[in-house]
Design a protein around this ligand. Structure first.
Ligand code: SF4
Ligand code: SF4
Length: 468
């Protein structure tokens, strides 16, 4: 990669733009970008914010569409309830999402960071825009930061803090709505604090964390905290499409007045792409870990190219292969392998989701009990525990029957095995089998689970008997 204007072309990798040599924070004052990508990102962010804020209030048959109640171990996805017993489905879903993210990163770089990540959307499309609206341009914010405190500064800064805190409070409420549901959230908000002290503390902690992030920590989340950005180095290859500077076209860079005399490239070294960058990097140095693919530098450079009558796209979405050898996007072997893995995982996930029974049944022999012999009726009995989990919202009456043996089942105590919606129940029962059927110490049994005459599940267990 050509970088004639630097003594050591790779020296930028030795440091992070937001931290100075003494380890102190270098505050970034990005200029507000304008342009077609910024507009597209605004529309995408409006849509995603609307989805984020509306979803907790959507009900399916009176239940939330999504609920991630980690406190009670109860999860609702697309109106279907999931229990800790379904944890493997969550594991598989997470695995599928990770492969999806890796696949997208290999193909399209950090498109997720720039367009979908809530951190970028809230920071760049909500809080930063409010800051520009309240404080003015990036240079005004910088000057105000350096200026001594006066009434004007106090008025603007206090207004900003109040608005940021209010927004952080709203975001934390929405987050809580996903965890505890809107009904419980409404109770916490409307009832006296003393009645919901834990909920109130959780709300304030979340609010404080968001306020801290959007007022002060900002891009450090992407640079220092988020592991996804750090994995970029191992996921990207020369065919990945990222926000990239076309050094073949741009170099050697130089002022527009020198172009004719010094045979310069298209980059006029105006630094606008650096000034708009929210992570403070110079994309002309090449793909960097700090780049969140926000496209601000594309818009900035396009506006400059328009002014100097050169074609747009000096900074654009492109792969290294495309820039260096003008090669179009290629579906590489790695991409193909990831796609196959993703397809297999998604198919497995759908199969598990669709075949998941409404009632989960577990039958286990009561510990310490072997068998009883009923000499008069010529049967042998075993005692079992039955555990039923209802994964729907409605009550389900249950009957159990032997599927592959002659014999009978006798439930001990309450014969009604109705499992209430979203809950579980236990029962104990005997299985009696004719002695002549049993010719080995352990016989495998199939038990059918029925509800109102319809089979809703099957389970297996072992029946013990003396060897004849
Ligand atoms: S280099 Fe460009 S795309 Fe990357 S973070 Fe900076 S402005 Fe955004
Ligand atoms: S905005 Fe474009 S022309 Fe200006 S320095 Fe960046 S790459 Fe060069």
């Amino acid at each position: 990669m050509k970088r004639e204007n630097q003594k050591n072309p790779e020296s930028f990798r030795d440091s992070v733009a937001t931290i100075d040599e003494s380890g102190r924070r270098n505050w970034i004052y990005p200029t507000q970008p304008f342009g077609r990508f910024y507009n597209y990102r605004k529309y995408v962010s409006y849509l995603l914010l609307a989805i984020l804020f509306v979803t907790p209030f959507i009900r399916v048959n009176g239940r939330p569409l999504f609920l991630f109640d980690i406190l009670e171990g109860r999860f609702i996805l697309f109106g279907k309830i999931f229990w800790p017993q379904d944890f493997f489905i969550f594991g598989l879903t997470m695995l599928t999402l990770i492969v999806l993210l890796v696949l997208f990163t290999v193909a399209f770089g950090r498109i997720f960071c720039g367009w979908i990540c809530p951190q970028t959307i809230f920071m760049e499309m909500v809080f930063r825009r409010i800051e520009y609206w309240l404080e003015g341009s990036a240079s005004k914010i910088r000057l105000r930061d350096q200026a001594p405190w006066n009434w004007e500064k106090i008025r603007i800064r206090v207004s900003k803090w109040v608005i940021f805190f209010g927004l952080s409070f709203i975001i934390s409420n929405i987050l809580l709505a996903y965890i505890i549901g809107t009904d419980k959230l409404y109770n916490i908000v409307t009832a006296p604090v003393s009645q919901h002290l834990t909920g109130f503390i959780a709300m304030m902690v979340f609010t404080g964390v968001f306020f801290f992030i959007y007022l002060w920590f900002r891009e450090q989340i992407c640079i220092v905290v988020c592991p996804y950005g750090r994995l970029q180095g191992v996921m990207l290859d020369r065919n990945s499409i990222v926000v990239a500077y076309d050094y073949e076209r741009g170099e050697p860079r130089g002022k527009v007045s020198k172009k004719e005399t010094e045979n310069l490239g298209d980059c006029i070294d105006c630094h606008l792409c650096v000034k708009v960058c929210p992570t403070g990097i110079d994309i002309r140095n090449g793909t960097q870990m700090e780049c969140v693919n926000c496209t601000a530098c594309i818009d900035a450079c396009d506006s400059i190219m328009d002014k100097v009558n050169r074609p747009r796209g000096l900074i654009r979405y492109a792969s290294e292969e495309n820039i260096a050898h003008k090669k179009p996007f290629r579906f590489s072997a790695r991409l193909k392998a990831y796609s196959v893995a993703l397809f297999a995982l998604t198919a497995m996930l759908f199969f598990i989701l669709l075949s998941r029974p409404d009632v989960e049944t577990r039958v286990m022999r009561v510990s310490g009990q072997l068998y009883h012999i009923q000499e008069e009726e010529g049967t042998i009995s075993n005692l079992f525990n039955l555990h039923l989990v209802n994964k729907t919202f409605s009550d389900i009456p249950i009957e159990i029957e032997l599927l592959d043996r002659e014999g009978r089942i006798e439930i001990i105590g309450d014969k009604d095995l109705t499992v209430k919606g979203e809950s579980s129940t236990q029962a104990t029962f005997f299985i009696y089998l004719p002695r002549e059927q049993l010719d080995r110490r352990s016989t495998s049994l199939k038990i059918g689970i029925f509800s109102e005459g319809e089979q809703v599940g099957t389970t297996k267990t072992n029946f013990l008997s003396p060897v004849n």
